[in-house]
Design a protein around this ligand. Structure first.
Ligand SMILES: [Zn+2]
Length: 254
């Protein structure tokens, strides 16, 4: 095993580090092969803990203070203090707060959000004083999770930067007419592409609506369903599949 394969994010800010994980370079087997980071989807907890620890070592954050959430497709934002996750990121994997977004101003506290097709969106202020991570599937997007996360940073929205992670592309995300209409009503007709919804464009629209500048948003060009070598995909593989993550933190020496 050569270690976790990560996608680095250029934050244009020395203090802020951000990565998206892939499915490669972990300890998991079968449908969870191999870098599964989700605790609630049938993956082996020992493999998940080992993978989370390996990602922390490879990326350079403190696993004992890192935070993951019990995601519920809502718009709640958890404000994380200096203690961070109290070891649960690599410990019991239980007792996590039920929410889909987290924010912190504490250096050294890494925030993780998980997805298998749903976009993970990482946020940070240009001056590096605040960071946030959000799980933004269609339910969360419509509920307003990204607008809530941007507001939760507590900085002017025009100073917020964002990275939209790997997600199921419009090539692989046909949905019913009701959902297409709901997404179009909420985010504009550009998010509907034939019989599919473009979750990346919906994330951009939500961020723009929250006051984030267009040139402050970067988007990883990847479809989780098309790229089975690199990513887990719920749509492609069904319920028994792993989760990749987006992780953001303020460096300790900031
Ligand atoms: Zn695709």
């Amino acid at each position: 095993m050569s270690g976790p394969v990560l996608i680095g994010v250029d934050t244009a800010c020395q203090q802020v580090q951000a990565v998206f994980t892939t499915r490669r370079g972990g300890a998991g087997a079968g449908p969870f092969s191999s870098l599964g980071l989700g605790a609630a989807n049938g993956d082996d907890p020992a493999a998940v803990r080992a993978n989370r620890d390996a990602v922390a070592q490879a990326a350079g954050f403190d696993a004992s203070r890192a935070v993951a959430l019990a995601q519920v497709h809502g718009a709640e934002v958890v404000r994380v203090g200096e203690a961070g996750g109290d070891g649960r990121f690599v410990g019991s994997l239980e007792g996590l707060a039920e929410a889909d977004a987290s924010v912190t101003t504490s250096p050294g506290v890494a925030l993780a959000a998980l997805g298998a097709d749903c976009p993970v969106v990482l946020l940070w202020s240009a001056d590096g004083v605040a960071v946030g991570a959000a799980h933004a599937g269609w339910r969360g997007l419509i509920a307003g999770v990204l607008e809530a996360a941007v507001a939760g940073l507590g900085v002017p929205p025009h100073s917020v930067r964002a990275a939209v992670g790997p997600r199921v592309g419009p090539c692989c995300y046909p949905v019913d007419a009701t959902l297409r209409q709901a997404m179009s009503d909420r985010f504009g007709p550009q998010v509907v592409n034939g019989d599919a919804v473009d979750l990346g464009l919906a994330c951009i629209a939500a961020l723009r609506g929250a006051g984030v500048e267009a040139d402050a948003i970067s988007v990883v060009g990847a479809c989780t369903s098309c790229d089975s070598e690199r990513f887990f995909s719920y749509r492609r593989d069904g319920a028994a599949t792993g989760r990749q993550a987006g992780i953001v933190w303020i460096g300790e020496s900031a």
